[in-house]
Design a protein around this ligand. Structure first.
Ligand code: AVJ
Ligand code: FE
Length: 435
C-alpha cells in the first residue's frame, strides 16, 4: 500500500508485534540464566537488557504516549535508556533478572492488547495515522531481535546452539557478474506509512549510469583478496581503515578461522564449517568492504545508486526489488529463520527489474554514503531514533540481512553503523562507473 494510508492497520499491527515477540522468545528460550545476564562482548548489551529495553520502549510508546495507564514509573526508563548507558556498562546496572524481564514484557503486551481495542483505527493523529507507532514498536523489537542474534554470534564457551534452522533453497546458476543500470532520476525515500523519519521526505535525484554487481561479494571472492595479501598492503585501504587493520590486527573477516595451507573454516554460532565460498561474505566492516572494492578496481555504490538498482531503472519506485508485494520466503533470506546467509543465486523471485540479485536479505550492504538527513527531514517522533546520528561518523547500510525481519526491510530503509563495526551481519557489493 505504497503511499496510501493503512485504513485497517490494527490486525497487521498486532500480528507484527506478536511475530517479533515469538522470535525473541524462541531465540532466548533455551538459554541458562547466566548466559542471559552475562556481557558477551563490550560491543553488546547483556541479552536481558535488550528484553526489558524492548518492553520499556513498548510501554513508553504504546501505553504512556497513547494515554494508557503506565505499568512502571517513568524513572524506571533510565536503566533501559540506550543514551544514558553505553553498552559496555549495562551489565553493572540493576537490571531486571531474566524471569522478571520476560514477565514485564508479557505484562506490557497484555496491556497493549487491551488498549489497542479502544483506539480509533481512522485517527489522523501523527502517532496513530496508519498505525505508525505500532509499526515503529514492532520494527524496534525486530531490530533488537537482530541485535540479539549478533550478541549470540559473539557468545562463546559455550557457543550458542543454533535451533533447527529452516533449510535454505538450492542456488541456481550465477551467470552474470555485473548489471548495467541506466542513469536518470531515482526516487529516494519512502512514502509507506510505517517508514521511519530518516526515510522521509521522499525526493528525486539524478544518478549517472553505472554498473552494479549482480550479487553480493562472496566468501570465495573475498578469499582471493585475503590470499593476495590484501590485508598487508596499505594501497587498498582508507587511511583510517589501515589504522584499524593495524590496531585490531585484522587479517580476514570476522569468524574466519585460518587453518594454514589455504584452508579456512568459518564459525557460525556453534557450527564450525569449511568456509562456504558461494555465500555472501559477512562480518566485514566498511573499511574492509572499501578496501576490497579498491583492490577489485571498483567502489562501493552510493545510497542513491543502491536505491536506483533496487527500485528499478524504469522510474516506477517499487517498494521492494521485485515489486510492491511484501517479502515472502521465496523473495529473499529474511526473518532469522535460516541462521545464516544463503548462497548467491538462491532467490530468483527476488531479482530486481534490472536483473540485480539478493538486494534484500542475506547480508546488509555497506554503501559509500554517510548517514545524513534528506532535505526537509523532520525528526519524528523523537530525535534519538535518527537525528542524533546524522553526520560523518556513520556509514549507511542497505537491504537487510538474513536476521532482519520483513517488517523492517524495504527499498527505502536506511541502516547505519560506525565504519569499523563488524559484529553486524554486513557484507557488500561493488559498483563502478559506466563509460
Ligand atoms: C537502526 C539498527 C542502527 O540498533 O542502534 C534500536 C535501531 N534504535 N533501538 C540500532 C534501534 C533504537 C538502530 N539501528
Ligand atoms: Fe532500542
Amino acid at each position: 500500500e505504497e503511499g496510501g494510508a493503512h485504513p485497517r492497520w490494527k490486525s497487521r499491527a498486532w500480528t507484527e508485534l506478536e511475530t517479533a515477540r515469538a522470535r525473541v522468545l524462541a531465540m532466548l528460550g533455551g538459554l541458562p540464566e547466566d548466559a542471559l545476564r552475562r556481557q558477551h562482548s563490550p560491543l553488546m548489551s547483556p541479552l536481558v537488557w535488550d528484553v526489558a529495553h524492548v518492553a520499556n520502549y513498548e510501554e513508553q510508546w504504546l501505553l504512556r504516549a497513547l494515554g494508557a495507564p503506565a505499568i512502571t514509573d517513568p524513572a524506571f526508563d533510565a536503566i533501559y535508556d540506550a543514551f544514558r548507558h553505553p553498552r559496555s556498562t549495562r551489565a553493572e546496572l540493576p537490571l531486571l533478572p531474566p524471569e522478571a524481564a520476560f514477565a514485564y514484557a508479557r505484562r506490557v503486551r497484555e496491556a497493549v492488547r487491551e488498549h489497542l481495542h479502544r483506539l480509533p483505527e481512522d485517527s489522523t493523529a501523527p502517532l496513530l495515522a496508519g498505525g505508525y507507532v505500532f509499526g515503529m514498536v514492532a520494527q524496534h523489537e525486530q531490530q533488537h531481535a537482530e541485535t540479539l542474534a549478533a550478541t549470540l554470534q559473539l557468545m562463546t564457551s559455550p557457543a550458542y546452539h543454533v535451533p533447527s534452522a529452516r533449510p535454505r533453497p538450492r542456488p541456481g546458476a550465477v551467470p552474470q557478474a555485473e548489471v548495467f543500470i541506466p542513469g536518470g532520476e531515482v526516487r529516494l525515500g519512502s512514502t509507506s506509512p510505517w517508514a521511519y523519519d530518516n526515510e522521509r521526505p521522499a525526493f528525486s535525484q539524478h544518478v549517472a549510469p553505472f554498473l552494479m554487481d549482480a550479487h553480493p561479494v562472496t566468501n570465495g571472492d573475498y578469499l582471493v583478496f585475503v590470499e593476495a595479501g590484501g590485508y598487508e598492503d596499505p594501497r587498498w585501504w582508507h587511511p583510517k581503515g589501515w589504522e584499524v587493520v593495524q590496531a585490531e590486527g585484522l587479517k580476514s573477516p570476522g569468524f574466519w578461522l585460518p587453518q594454514g595451507n589455504h584452508t579456512w573454516l568459518r564459525r557460525r554460532f556453534d557450527q564450525v564449517e569449511p568456509l562456504p565460498k558461494d555465500e555472501p561474505v559477512q562480518h566485514v566492516c566498511w573499511y574492509e568492504a572499501d578496501a576490497y572494492a579498491r583492490w577489485a578496481g571498483k567502489r562501493l555504490p552510493t545510497e542513491a545508486e543502491w536505491e536506483k538498482a533496487a527500485r528499478g531503472s524504469d522510474g516506477r519506485p517499487r517498494e521492494y526489488p521485485w515489486g510492491d508485494t511484501p517479502p515472502t520466503r521465496a523473495h529473499g533470506n529474511l526473518d532469522g529463520g535460516t541462521w545464516g546467509p544463503a548462497p548467491v543465486g538462491s532467490y530468483p523471485q527476488g531479482v530486481s527489474q534490472d536483473g540485480v540479485w539478493g538486494l534484500l536479505g542475506d547480508v546488509w550492504e555497506w554503501t559509500a554514503s554517510d548517514f545524513r538527513p534528506y532535505a526537509g527531514f523532520n525528526a519524528f517522533p523523537y530525535p534519538e531514533y535518527s537525528e542524533v546520528f546524522f553526520g560523518e561518523s556513520y556509514k549507511v547500510l542497505r537491504g537487510g540481512a538474513w536476521a532482519s525481519a520483513p517488517v523492517a526491510v524495504r527499498n527505502g530503509f536506511r541502516n547505519w553503523d560506525f565504519p569499523n563495526r563488524r559484529q553486524i551481519f554486513a557484507g557488500f557489493r561493488c559498483a563502478r562507473n559506466a563509460r
